[in-house]
Design a protein. Structure first.
Length: 365
């Protein structure tokens, strides 16, 4: 199988990770440590963890005096002396320590060091990694080879093609029309394709599409097609149960590695992220003033706790500690994020609202 992990030192952060972190019982210490991708700077990266731990201990002593801070932070403290660990980093290390254990994520986040201590994890720094991601599928098809991939912003992994034919030689057309099997094996004419070859190609593409229609009937991931012009139309005509994107990766995909396919496919998937955010803001605007959406922070917190928030929308303004004012506002927002996730709601991030608001919520009812 042809797989591509875009950077082995980046940990994927997905919705399931956010939901797991939302379930952590307090006190939770949330740390964000800027890091470097190798080099002598990694020594300083490990050193800056120690003052952050000192800050966390002080906050624990103030807000949770009965908690054994050293025990809670023991696993994190051990990381400071783990030199190989710091040599395998990306741009920022997110750490979450709670009575149930410690989780770390090596991320591409850009920002200053942060320390949060509270009843809930501070998930806000991680939200853009999920909000700006889009799981997707890639179908790379030529007459000689069929490859199927799944991926997101950080990886592309080849899947077994299942019931789809691996090439035109495996198409069911030869079973249905055996008289063409010898013909297809002969050398192609110098100019164009004859009727038999067109029929073989059409049957092959129909068989590929049929297999995908069955396999991905209940899958809402967009499918990106990588194919030459003469194959794109045929696949599009026969795909019915799959969300096929209009934009495609053009050219013969047989020459492309998984990493090269990812480089070409991800911008097409990210365009769907931008479309989703545009649609979300339109939906929010339509519901505002009807009682089904609000910017009111107090109401958002109350409704999130009672499971009424369908979608919590934060702007980039809400992700920065120094723009929220006092610590209680940050804690309230962290609680709203956690309660929304615990109640199977969605948390998304947009650049801005029409007004300078940090957050908004769309209610279920």
């Amino acid at each position: 199988m042809n797989n591509a992990l875009i950077d082995p030192n980046i940990d994927a952060v997905r919705h399931d990770d956010l939901r797991a972190l939302a379930e952590l019982e307090g006190p939770v210490v949330s740390l964000l440590v800027p890091t470097h991708r190798g080099g002598p700077e990694t020594v300083n990266d490990s050193r800056q963890l120690k003052p952050l731990l000192g800050d966390a201990r002080a906050r624990l002593a103030e807000s949770f005096p009965d908690v054994d801070a050293d025990a809670l932070l023991a696993e994190v403290a051990a990381l400071a002396d783990d030199e190989p660990f710091w040599q395998r980093q990306a741009d920022a290390l997110a750490i979450f320590a709670s009575p149930s254990g410690t989780r770390t994520f090596r991320t591409t986040l850009d920002g200053q060091a942060q320390v949060s201590v509270g009843e809930h994890a501070n998930l806000r720094p991680l939200l853009p990694l999920v909000a700006e991601d889009m799981p997707f599928l890639v179908l790379a098809v030529s007459q000689d080879k069929v490859r199927l991939f799944e991926g997101d912003r950080n990886f592309l992994s080849e899947l077994d093609i299942g019931d789809a034919p691996a090439s035109t030689d495996d198409s069911d057309y030869y079973t249905r029309e055996p008289q063409f099997q010898h013909q297809a094996g002969d050398s192609a004419p110098a100019h164009g394709h004859d009727t038999g070859e067109d029929a073989v190609r059409d049957s092959f593409l129909r068989d590929v599409a049929k297999a995908l229609n069955t396999r991905f009937t209940n899958d809402d991931r967009p499918l990106i097609l990588a194919a030459v012009d003469e194959h794109r139309g045929g696949v599009k005509d026969y795909l019915s149960n799959v969300q096929l994107l209009d934009d495609t990766v053009s050219g013969n995909p047989d020459r492309l590695s998984a990493a090269e396919l990812h480089e070409k496919a991800w911008p097409l998937a990210f365009a769907e992220v931008e479309k989703r955010h545009h649609d979300l803001l339109e939906r929010f605007g339509e519901n505002l003033g009807t009682g089904k959406a609000t910017h009111d922070a107090t109401k958002i917190g109350q409704e999130a706790e009672h499971g009424r928030v369908d979608t919590l929308v934060l702007t980039t303004l809400a992700l920065r500690e120094n723009t929220l004012g006092d610590a209680s506002k940050a804690a309230d927002l962290d609680a709203a994020v956690v309660h929304t996730l615990r109640n199977s709601g969605t948390v998304d991030v947009v650049p801005t609202f029409n007004e300078e608001r940090a957050a908004g919520a769309i209610f279920r009812f």
